[in-house]
Write a protein that binds this ligand. Structure first.
Ligand code: ZN
Length: 362
C-alpha cells in the first residue's frame, strides 16, 4: 500500500520536474502549487470531521476547482496530492519546490475546541518578504471569501520554537517559497456551515481563484523564476497578532515515522565506470576522476572523511559533511527513497535548508 503511494508520489514528482522545464510559457509565467490539506486513511488523515463535512474531502474538492479556474486564466498549477493519500508536510513543500512554485498555498477548513469560532483567515510567515507576499496574497483571497458572507479574521502569523509555527509554512519558506494556509471557515459552527452548505465548494473555490488571480495581476505580468519571493511592495503592512490557535492544525510535525535505509557510501563502488564530465541526469551526478573513494546510491562522490559532493541537475555542486548529508536524508525526505527526493532539489536549496536548520529557523 505504502509502496503504491510512493510510486504515485515519484510519478507526480517526475511530472513536476518535466513541468518545470515548461516554466514561463503561460500567461502570467507564474507557478502556483495548491496543497489540499490532510489526506489518507483513517481519522488521522481526515482533518476536521463534522458531518456531513470532512476536511480532507473538502480541501481536495476545492483545490481541483481552483486549479481549473487558474489554468483557464493561463496560470500553471500543480497539486501536492490529487487523490486521498497521506503526505508529510516536508514532502508537500519538497514537491512544491520541485514544481517551481512561486506561490505555495495550503487549503484547509477549520474547527475549534469550544465550537464557538467563526470566520475565514489566512496564516503566513512572520519573516521579511515571505510575510509581505503572504499578507497581500492572503488579503486578496480573504476579500473574496468574506464576500460570501464569512467574517474575515485577517492575515495572521504565529511563531513557535522553530520559527514559523505551522510546518507547511516553515518548510515552504525554508525552501524559499512564499507560503500561506487558507482556513476557509469553521466546520463546527452553525453559521459557517450554513454558508458552506448554501454556497457550495464551487463558490469557495471561485473566491480562492479570484483572490489568487487578483494578487498575480497586482504584481505584474510575470512571476517566473521565484520572483514572487523577491518582489517589493511599497506598503509594508503591520503584522497582525493571531488571536487564537486553530485546533485542527497540527504544529511542528516531526518527520520521524519512516526512516529510510541509510545509504552506505561504500555499498556501490563501480570503480571501473568511466566518469562523464558533465551530465544533466538528475539521478547520476558523476564524479570527476579521483574525486571520491566511493559513491552514494545516486552517484554522489563520498570522500574518505564521509563528505558527500552533491551535483544538481543544473550542474552546481556543493560538498556536505557526512552529518549534514545525513540530516538532509533523515529530515527532509523520509518517505521512500530519500536520496532520490533530494535529487529533485537544486544544490543551493539544500544548502539553504541546512543554513535555516542551523540558524534555528526550521
Ligand atoms: Zn487542516
Amino acid at each position: 500500500m505504502k509502496k503504491n503511494i510512493f510510486k504515485k508520489l515519484l510519478l507526480s514528482m517526475t511530472g513536476a520536474i518535466t513541468g518545470c522545464m515548461l516554466f514561463g510559457t503561460t500567461a502570467f509565467g507564474a507557478v502556483v502549487v495548491l496543497d489540499p490539506g490532510h489526506g489518507g486513511a483513517g481519522t488521522a488523515g481526515a482533518g476536521a470531521i463534522y458531518a456531513p463535512f470532512m476536511e480532507k474531502v473538502l480541501t481536495l474538492d476545492v483545490a481541483n476547482k481552483v486549479k481549473s479556474e487558474l489554468e483557464a486564466a493561463g496560470v500553471t498549477v500543480k497539486m501536492t496530492r490529487s487523490s486521498d493519500v497521506e503526505m508529510s508536510l516536508p514532502n508537500r513543500a519538497i514537491f512544491a519546490k520541485s514544481a517551481g512554485a512561486d506561490l505555495f498555498i495550503s487549503l484547509h477548513f477549520n474547527a475549534s475546541g469550544p465550537h464557538d469560532k467563526t470566520g475565514t483567515e489566512v496564516w503566513t510567515s512572520s519573516f521579511g518578504q515571505f510575510f509581505t507576499t503572504g499578507y497581500h496574497l492572503g488579503k486578496s483571497i480573504l476579500t473574496e471569501l468574506s464576500a460570501l458572507g464569512l467574517q474575515s479574521k485577517g492575515v495572521k502569523t504565529k511563531l513557535g520554537s522553530q520559527g514559523d509555527y505551522y510546518g507547511v509554512i516553515r518548510y515552504g519558506t525554508g525552501l524559499g517559497m512564499p507560503s500561506i494556509i487558507v482556513e476557509h471557515c469553521f466546520l463546527d459552527h452553525p453559521y459557517d456551515r450554513s454558508i458552506l452548505s448554501s454556497k457550495g465548494t464551487a463558490a469557495f473555490a471561485h473566491a480562492d481563484a479570484t483572490g489568487i488571480l487578483n494578487y498575480l495581476k497586482s504584481t505584474g505580468a510575470s512571476l517566473g523564476g521565484g520572483a514572487a519571493a523577491a518582489e517589493t511592495h511599497a506598503e509594508t503592512p503591520a503584522a497582525e497578532t493571531p488571536a487564537e490557535t486553530p485546533e485542527a492544525e497540527t504544529p511542528a510535525e516531526t518527520p520521524a515515522a519512516e526512516t529510510p535505509a541509510t545509504e552506505t557510501p561504500a555499498a556501490e563502488t563501480p570503480a571501473t565506470e568511466a566518469p562523464a564530465a558533465e551530465t544533466s541526469d538528475t539521478k547520476a551526478a558523476e564524479p570527476s576522476a579521483g574525486a571520491g573513494v566511493s559513491k552514494t546510491k545516486y552517484g554522489c562522490p563520498v570522500d574518505a572523511a564521509g563528505n558527500v559532493t552533491y551535483t544538481d541537475a543544473g550542474g552546481t555542486s556543493i560538498t556536505f559533511t557526512a552529518a549534514d548529508w545525513q540530516w538532509l536524508l533523515s529530515n527532509w525526505a523520509y518517505t521512500g527513497d530519500a536520496e532520490y527526493q533530494l535529487h529533485t532539489l537544486p544544490a543551493a536549496d539544500l544548502k539553504t535548508l541546512l543554513d535555516n536548520h542551523k540558524s534555528g529557523k526550521i
